[in-house]
Design a protein around this ligand. Structure first.
Ligand SMILES: [Zn+2]
Length: 590
């Protein structure tokens, strides 16, 4: 999984981070014996079964079997990728991740320290201008008129770009930033007489990426002028199809609320936050992209769209909605009364009225039906066209009850029968299935994860203890290897853990918590369960032989059984020579 972050950097981070400290920021932990316990953030529970071990630097929930090391916790809780979890912890403990090692993965813009620093300097410049410059007085007035408090302006770090051609270029030159870099970052434009500022006479909205770094800017013109909104252009570092405005501020609230609100513009999101709607984000273009949906899906699958009533391209909106549903989201659409945008509505009606709008939001199907049938659905021909366009959406509904209800809804609205809609839907699904032969892969994987590691047989129990002894006491490995053959684990997960652990155990700074980064989700759960189980506090060297003995017994029995099978076969075939050979071997195994 890692690889692009050097192992010694990972070790450096691990050695400075304390899992109890990190998790304490998210949930209230209480000391209990050697461990800490608290309410599990990953499932609903009354009695805390979420356990953190400071010794082992891992967590495990005895209720829902979530478990892993500190990286895993952040991945699950913040929706981070492994790399993002590492980056966030690195920042926290002041470890720099060598950038040149990033090569080979092109999942996103490659930020270097200097890119981050230049954008930060620019952001600070714009902020200074907005708060202090005489020239920015109209901008301050404008923001005030739009109802933004100074606190909100500061929270979102809004700024103002002066009207002169090279204020920012000059400012950054003073800070020894080369003009080349400004061009590269889209902060300046190359003109005939040299580089000049891209953003002039604009209110500036810094745009942060997932890890909180400013990677670009949006600028709204003050007064007349074109274009009204100007973004940092697409550069090596800024790809607006992979960013959602406000996600950095709202992700915690999205998880709390259980749904995300997707709006159109910066001002909507900022005003929403100021009015207590903290789970709002905005896409920076008109239509949502797959990457943006994926970002949101780290927190929720429940999406509420709150676009302006006078949305320019309904078709573009619908494409975004279809995409979300196709990717497995539940999509609802808010229609704001009186043709207002969310900002206006919130300012004049407040949060309670807003929440009523959310509660009454239309399902994607209702919304689309309303749009598609705007010209009337009287004629049979029209009916069938509308239905055909909605079949993909019906087919994408995973929940059986919801699907049945949606069929009913459509049947009613189209003045036709349930059966008519259902049979059209079945035909459609059948046709789609033929086009795509292998859709069940994900479901299958999910099924595999449902391993119940509570009901283990005697052999697996012995394997479990043996593996735990080895993992916590690497010096026992040589004894185990001498006494038992290779691949003695019958439980495949144990075998995988053992094999991944072996090379790590040779290192001086080995800790069982390090194995997690090399395992998939399910194996991580099994490993945390194994490491967290309470066992009597006995000297490992003393109890090891009894487990080795038990294992040897199981292995003998396994060989005996396989010889018995062969014996039956040999007898059936009348091969006397083989029969006596097998009997001889069996003797030695008694
Ligand atoms: Zn749990």
């Amino acid at each position: 999984m890692p690889g692009f972050i050097p192992e010694n950097t990972l070790d450096d981070i691990r050695s400075r981070v304390d899992i109890v400290e990190v998790i304490s920021e998210y949930i209230h932990l209480k000391k209990k014996g050697r461990n800490y316990v608290g309410p599990c953030p990953f499932h609903q529970e009354k009695d805390p079964s979420f356990t953190v071990s400071p010794e082992k630097q891992i967590f495990y929930c005895f209720g829902c079997a979530a478990g892993g090391n500190v990286f895993k916790f952040l991945m699950l809780h913040e929706g981070f990728t492994f790399q993002e979890a590492v980056e966030s912890l690195a920042r926290r403990v002041g470890v720099t991740i060598p950038i040149q090692k990033y090569g080979g993965r092109s999942t996103g813009p490659r930020k270097t320290d200097s890119v981050i620093k230049i954008n930060l300097l620019a952001k600070e410049f714009f902020q200074q201008v907005l708060s202090r410059w005489e020239e920015a007085a109209p901008a301050r007035e404008y923001l005030q008129k739009r109802g933004l408090s100074w606190e909100t302006v500061n929270n979102f770090e809004l700024g103002f770009a002066p009207g002169a051609w090279n204020s920012l270029v000059r400012y950054l030159n003073k800070h020894e930033v080369a003009v080349d870099n400004l061009l590269k970052l889209g902060l300046a434009v190359q003109g005939k007489k040299g580089a000049y500022d891209r953003f002039r006479s604009r209110i500036i909205f810094p745009i942060r990426d997932f890890s909180g770094d400013v990677i670009g800017f949006g600028g709204r013109i003050l007064g007349a002028g074109e274009p009204k909104y100007l973004n940092t252009p697409e550069t090596e570092y800024f790809n607006k199809s992979k960013v959602l405005y406000g996600l950095n501020e709202s992700r915690r609230y999205i998880r709390e609320a259980g749904y995300a609100i997707i709006m159109e513009g910066y001002m909507d999101v900022i005003s929403a936050h100021q009015n207590g709607v903290n789970n709002a984000v905005a896409s920076l273009g008109t239509s949502l992209t797959r990457e943006q949906v994926r970002l949101l899906m780290r927190y929720t699958r429940d999406m509420v769209i709150a676009y302006d009533a006078d949305v320019a391209g309904v078709a573009a909106t619908m494409r975004g909605l279809d995409l979300m549903q196709e990717m497995g989201c539940r999509v609802r659409v808010i229609s704001i009364p009186e043709g207002k945008d969310p900002d206006e509505f919130l300012q004049s009606h407040g949060i309670d009225a807003w929440e009523q709008l959310v509660t009454g939001a239309e399902s994607l199907l209702e919304y689309k039906f309303r749009q598609l049938s705007a010209e009337g659905i009287g004629k049979g021909e029209n009916k069938s066209t509308v239905l055909q366009q909605l079949l993909p959406n019906l087919a994408n509904i995973q929940d059986d009850v919801e699907r049945a209800e949606s069929i009913k809804l459509l049947a009613t609205r189209l003045h036709t029968s349930w059966d008519a809609v259902a049979s059209d839907l079945n035909r459609f699904i059948e046709k789609e299935r033929k086009k795509r032969p292998n859709p069940d892969k994900i479901a299958k994987n999910k099924h595999n994860i449902k391993h119940n590691n509570r009901q283990l047989d005697a052999r697996t129990k012995a394997e479990k203890m043996l593996l735990r002894l080895i993992l916590e006491n690497p010096r026992l490995v040589s004894t185990v290897q001498k006494e038992l053959e290779n691949n003695f684990f019958s439980y495949p997960v144990f075998n995988r853990v053992y094999e991944k652990a072996l090379p790590l155990m040779e290192r001086k700074d080995y800790s069982p918590a390090n194995i997690f980064d090399l395992l998939d989700e399910n194996d991580q759960k099994v490993l945390s369960d194994l490491l967290m189980e309470n066992i009597p506090d006995t000297e490992p060297v003393k109890i090891l032989p009894s487990y080795i003995e038990a294992m040897q017994k199981f292995l003998r029995q396994e060989r005996r059984e396989s010889l018995m099978d062969k014996l039956v076969e040999a007898e059936r075939a009348g091969d006397q020579k083989q029969v006596s050979e097998i009997l001889e071997k069996l003797q030695t195994l008694l």
